[in-house]
Design a protein around this ligand. Structure first.
Ligand code: PHE
Ligand code: ZN
Length: 876
């Protein structure tokens, strides 16, 4: 193994930069194969750095053309220029100007980092370290500069030229067919927030009046012809801006805010200052091409990137270890936004489902890491569910612990104090410690300690004395590099529910008024007095902490909660817990027969469901996923047994509840006009959840219903749901419908992505061959991250039985794809490779196959740092 060739970056080694760069003036002459960049940097020694140190600017695959210091060409022996660095041996002692000329080839840039072309559109991606692929710079987030960017291009090729900040000037380049635009961003920023765009793009725009009365032009740019699909994103942007003013008091700070959609993008979107660049799947929406889930995602991602303007851009990160400072906080903010715009309870359930599926899985495997890691070999591998989603949960816990008002004051202080700085997690926590007068040192462990804590709760009721006691114990399993774990500060929001659903008046001396109990040590107890009847505890209401809970409650108590709890999250959770118990038992011992109790309880729930939000009812109908069941089993997992258990349980539900489900569908007939609002989406979700179960219980009847729905559907949500249901029923109808869908949307890559994904997820032996065939489909391309994620990513992440085939053929397919992408797009290759993340929890034959596949990858020549890092950690 080549650990030796990899440099490790450590948090404790942080040193301030030796030089600061006050201004960056760029002149970028766009050209498909030879873009020239001239950069003028105003540099001065950093008083906090080492004086007299050489100046080492970062580069990556750069073609160097020349260097001048204070306008004078630099003598050749005064510097060294390689593709990776530009070193000025003895920089002037005072401020000086450096002029650097470089050249890059955007068309050949398949890594999609730096300046590249997507469908002919020039665009950039600089986070985390992509700027150095455009020009030499101190490419680190604690170097903040004011940027002025002149962009020049052929008018015909790139009529639209966009940069950060405000537009200063436009014009023709005399005597040529070229034109230019000059953009100026007055807000100092790190290089990772830099962006330019040039291309033939269509604009949809409106004027936004800020809370202080300033007018901002907000616009969404898409490929010409797709303007009608940009309205929802623009609307979501406007709502995000309004919400951030109202809820966090944050006003936008430039005259324009532009969003650009591109088809080739490694991630979801990027918060470049005033010029967000998006993966087009998070912008483009029409009823015919986007599902309700797409609309919700667009709203969330638009909000997320916009919210970064304050949490990320105005206040940025000192170093990349602090990534969660912007990401966890911004995810928290976008989750709050979506909860306000939609149903809070339903949104919370959706958040927790993803957290468990992705983050808990990560925490339980070889790639587990703290929310704030302390070392990395490749920072791009740390844009993880842990940093993002668990990072958001930590912020939410802080709010729960401090209370809404104190939390708001802490945020206020953070915005005031840290504005314009590159901050740390400590800076953030200090603000909350000050406004609350509390010591948050213990709480900070959440950032430092990896792994999901398990909280075990025992109960003891004494009817004579009228006392009730809850005994808590917390424990966190070892994770890589962290064998011993310390207790965390765990906020437990709870309440007691009477068995008959009535009120239970009782007192406890250790419970805050809103039902908060804080577990701070390894074990603790909470006692109640005056308890007149046996209570059922409702614990971790609203999922008040990202932990797994082990409860000694009987199923009957949980079903009481499903019926009577005032907390909607726990109503859902209690049904899930019962289902999970049954599913794990069934997976462990397939000779068991599923009992009717659970279906009957769900049936009774459905009978009362007129009182519920349809979206909530749909959530209750969805059984825990295979990943979650596998996690619960923990080790020696047999994915076939897990799948079979879930399948049988679904069939039992569908069978037992068939009539009710059919009448539910009839109660919510399709609407004539599609509207993406949460209430309409909820009705569609319920109708489609019912379809899914009906088909599980009665495949022939379900097939007829689904085929009919497919034909009649007037929107993509219903059409796709029908196709997903059909995809699970082998036979003629499935194959012809799949083929029809493929033809219908042959010209719609984002729709074909759904088609790739659902076929890759079919839990049948033939899927491997199907995926291989689809890899040859004319619409599939290894060069496009969305295609790769849809086909190969969903095979690895959404099809446990086939990816984890006992013969190792699923692993081999993924390994092949990883190696195919290793050279061209290492970030996507590494991301795919995380599909192996749970390999150690599989049973012995699968473990052996996975290990062999990982070792084959590890032994391949020319591995990128990205892939090498993941493969080595996976095998460690
Ligand atoms: N910073 C982006 C976001 O979370 C994600 C991203 C990271 C995009 C790296 C591109 C590259 O909003
Ligand atoms: Zn983000």
């Amino acid at each position: 193994m080549r650990t030796d060739t990899q440099t490790i970056t450590r948090l404790e080694d942080y040193r301030p930069p030796d030089y600061l760069i006050d201004t960056v003036e760029l002149d970028i002459r766009l050209d498909p194969a030879a873009t020239r960049i001239r950069s003028v940097l105003k540099i001065r020694p950093n008083p906090a750095g080492r004086s007299g140190a050489p100046l080492v600017l970062d580069g990556d695959e750069l073609l160097f053309h020349g260097l001048a210091v204070d306008g004078e060409p630099a003598p050749p022996d005064s510097y060294e220029a390689t593709p990776e660095a530009l070193t000025l041996r003895e920089p002037p002692a005072g401020p000086f100007a450096l002029t650097v000329d470089t050249e890059v080839n955007p068309s050949a840039n398949t890594k999609l980092m730096g300046l590249y072309r997507s469908n002919g559109v020039y665009c950039t991606q600089c986070e985390a370290d992509g700027f150095r692929r455009i020009s030499y710079l101190l490419d680190r987030p604690d170097v903040l500069s004011v940027y002025t960017t002149r962009i020049e291009a052929e008018r015909e090729e790139a009529p639209v030229l966009l940069g950060n900040g405000n537009l200063r000037e436009t014009g023709e380049v005399e005597g040529t067919t070229r034109h230019f635009a000059v953009w100026h961003d007055p807000h100092p920023k790190p290089a990772y927030l830099f962006a330019v765009v040039g291309g033939d793009l269509a604009r949809t725009a409106k004027t936004f009046r800020t809370m202080s009365g300033r007018e901002v032009e907000i616009a969404v740019y898409v490929e010409p012809g797709k303007e009608d699909r940009s309205h929802y994103a623009l609307d979501a942007l406007e709502r995000s801006m309004r919400w951030d003013e109202r809820v966090f008091g944050r006003e936008y700070d430039l005259d324009v805010f532009n969003v650009v959609a591109v088809s080739d993008f490694n991630m979801g979107a990027m918060e470049n200052k005033g010029l967000n660049i998006f993966n087009d799947k998070y912008v483009l929406a029409s009823p015919d091409t986007a599902t309700d889930a797409d609309y919700a995602n667009i709203e969330a991602v638009i909000a997320h990137e916009y919210f970064h303007n304050w949490t990320g851009n105005r206040i940025t990160c000192r170093d990349w270890f602090q990534l969660c400072l912007k990401e966890g906080l911004t995810v928290f903010r976008d989750q709050e936004f979506s909860s306000d715009e939609r149903s809070r309870a339903v949104h919370r359930i959706a958040e927790v489902r993803t957290l468990r599926a992705r983050q808990f899985a990560e925490d339980a495997g070889p790639l587990a890491h703290p929310v704030r890691p302390t070392r990395y070999r490749e920072i791009n591998n740390f844009y993880t569910a842990t940093v993002y989603e668990k990072g958001a949960e930590i912020v939410r816990m802080l709010k729960t612990l401090l209370g809404d008002a104190t939390f708001a004051r802490g945020m206020e202080r953070y915005f005031e104090r840290c504005d314009g700085t590159a901050a740390t997690v400590e800076d953030f926590l200090d603000c909350f410690a000050e406004v609350s007068g509390r010591d948050l040192g213990h709480f900070k462990r959440w950032y430092e300690q990896a792994g999901t804590p398990t909280v075990t709760v025992g109960t003891a009721y004494d009817p004579q004395a009228g006392t009730y006691r809850l005994d808590f114990r917390q424990e966190t399993a070892p994770t890589p590099g962290q064998p011993d774990k310390a207790p965390l500060v765990i906020p437990v929001l709870l309440g007691l529910v009477a068995e008959d659903g009535g009120r239970l008046d009782c007192v406890s001396n250790n419970l805050r008024e809103d039902g908060l109990f804080v577990l701070e040590s390894a074990t603790d107890s909470l006692s109640f007095e005056g308890v007149r009847s046996r209570p059922v505890p409702s614990l971790f209401r609203g999922f008040s902490a990202p932990v797994r809970v082990e409860l000694d409650l009987p199923d009957s108590d949980l079903l009481t909660l499903l019926r009577h709890d005032t907390d909607p999250f726990n109503r859902w959770q209690s049904a899930q817990t019962v289902a999970l118990r049954l599913l794990t038992a069934l997976a462990r011992d397939p000779s068991q027969a599923p009992r009717d109790e659970f279906p009957d309880a769900i049936g009774a729930f459905l009978d009362r469901s007129g009182r519920h939000d349809p979206a909530f009812t749909a959530m209750v109908l969805a059984l825990p996923g295979e990943t979650e069941i596998a996690q619960e089993i923990g080790r020696d997992v047999d994915p076939d047994a897990v799948h079979a258990a879930r399948d049988r349980m679904k069939a039992a539900l569908g069978h037992r509840l068939g009539e009710r489900l059919r009448s539910l569908r009839d109660a919510f007939p399709p609407e004539d006009r599609y509207s993406p609002d949460a209430a309409s989406a909820g009705r569609r979700a319920l109708r489609n959840a019912a379809l899914d179960l009906i088909a599980a219980g009665d495949p022939a009847g379900g097939e007829r219903l689904a085929a009919e729905q497919f034909e009649r559907a007037t929107n993509m949500t219903d059409r796709l749901a029908a196709l997903v249901t059909l995809s699970l029923i082998p036979g003629e109808v499935r194959e012809t419908t799949l083929a029809r869908f493929g033809e219908l949307y042959a010209a719609e890559p984002l729709v074909l992505d759904k088609w790739f994904a659902l076929q890759a997820a079919i839990p049948e032996e033939g899927t491997l061959a199907r995926v291989r065939e689809l890899m040859n489909h004319p619409a599939f391309a290894f060069s496009n991250p969305n295609r790769v994620r849809s086909l190969i990513g969903s095979f690895a992440m959404a099809n446990p039985t086939q990816f984890h085939r006992e013969d190792g053929a699923g692993y081999a397919l993924l390994a092949e794809a990883v190696l195919a992408l290793n050279g061209t797009n290492p970030q996507i290759a590494a991301r795919l490779l995380t599909g192996f993340g749970t390999w150690r929890s599989m049973n012995a034959p699968r473990r052996a196959q996975a290990q062999a596949a990982l070792e084959r990858i590890a032994g391949a020549p020319n591995l990128s740092p990205d892939v090498l890092d993941i493969v080595q950690r996976s095998l460690a």
